[in-house]
Write a protein that binds this ligand. Sequence first.
Ligand code: IMP
Length: 215
Amino acid sequence: MTQLTEILVASHNAGKIAEIRDLFEPLGVSVTSAAELDLAEPEETGDTFEANAATKALAAAKASGKIALSDDSGLVVDALDGAPGVYTADWATLPDGARDFAVAMQKVEDALQARGVTDESRRTGRFVSVLCLATPEGETSFYRGEADGVLVWPPRGTSGFGYDPVFRPDGHDRTFGEMTAEEKHGWRPGQATALSHRARAFKLFAEQCLGVAAT
Ligand code: IMP
């Protein structure tokens, strides 16, 4: 069992880094990000979340000589045959390279409308998060979490990041964008359930790698 006190998070995405820092905080583990260390952001060329998570974690671990944890995540919409999926971040990318998630959420809505998907029962999907822990020697391990829900329109709420305002998780009447970070995670160390995809993946990681028992 690893006694971890600090970890390198292989990400340049401020929203993700904040959530992972929140999840580690009660475990007494401090987080440094690849962005803070100015590490290069590798190109994500894989066609699975696992492949892209491995690319990011291995690049950061090899460049820094430290164990690194990455997150590759995205939104999978059933009526769009799984799109945007591993291309979720790309759907937000503008011609000048900047990212605009209002544009990205509109693209998802336009694609649903183009297929005539207006009834809530057909607007189902899930957020997926795959965490990859990598060593500088090239070993990897993976932890996957998914959160099922419905794509709502118009966007609701200003919390969180990315596509949070259009995703209402099953069993809830508010979108992730209308929840506090604590509500969106829905997990504390020792708790048996978690809500968000990232918290579900993190819960597995904490149980399998950090010895955090679920009670
Ligand atoms: P990547 O993992 O860097 O390829 O990017 C994943 C993209 O999925 C992010 O840019 C976000 O737009 C989106 N995403 C992942 N997790 C979440 C989440 O928890 N809320 C909202 N959007 C998310």
